[in-house]
Design a protein around this ligand. Structure first.
Ligand code: CU
Length: 159
């Protein structure tokens, strides 16, 4: 009897929290979906640390100044035919299929965190060089970005 009551109230609590969670979520989604406008994305702080091996990292911030969320799906560049997007979990990086760019928020790709990964680069750019890339999104038109190549240990957060 006692056990059943506990199970029931646990189920009720779960149902309530699910309902609350869903309510919170769906009101956000409705706002985003109703705002028919495209996401307004702005890229800043882009750079590539001078690569030391045949792969390179890319870092930048994408600010979304709109009520419509978007996703970063892929990156292309003449530097590599295999450019991946990676997140870092427990100091290990793993490939992901997309990064969320929240409405009225930003996606930060920074050292020690999520980043663009250029595999098997065709040449090694040096500090002072520039690397052109193109970002591809779920909703927005592609954005071309030029990454200045910085020192191998460059990290703007440490400034
Ligand atoms: Cu990586």
């Amino acid at each position: 009897m006692n056990r059943r009551t506990t199970a029931l109230s646990a189920a009720t609590a779960l149902a309530v929290s699910l309902a609350l969670g869903l309510t919170g979520c769906s009101s956000d989604d409705v706002t985003a979906d109703n705002a028919k406008g495209k996401p307004k994305l702005e890229v800043s702080g882009a750079f590539m640390p001078q690569p030391v091996m045949d792969m390179a990292g890319g870092f930048l911030t994408i600010k979304n100044d709109s009520a419509t969320a978007d996703k970063l799906l892929s990156v292309t560049s003449g530097l590599s035919d295999d450019i991946q997007i990676h997140e870092t979990k427990n100091q290990k990086m793993q490939q992901v299929t997309s990064f969320d760019i929240p409405a009225n928020g930003e996606l930060k790709l920074e050292r020690g965190g999520s980043h663009i990964m250029f595999m098997g680069i065709k040449q090694k750019p040096k500090q002072g060089d520039k690397v052109d890339i193109e970002l591809h999104f779920e909703k927005s038109d592609p954005i071309k970005v030029t990454l200045p190549v910085e020192a191998p240990n460059h990290n703007p957060k440490q400034h």
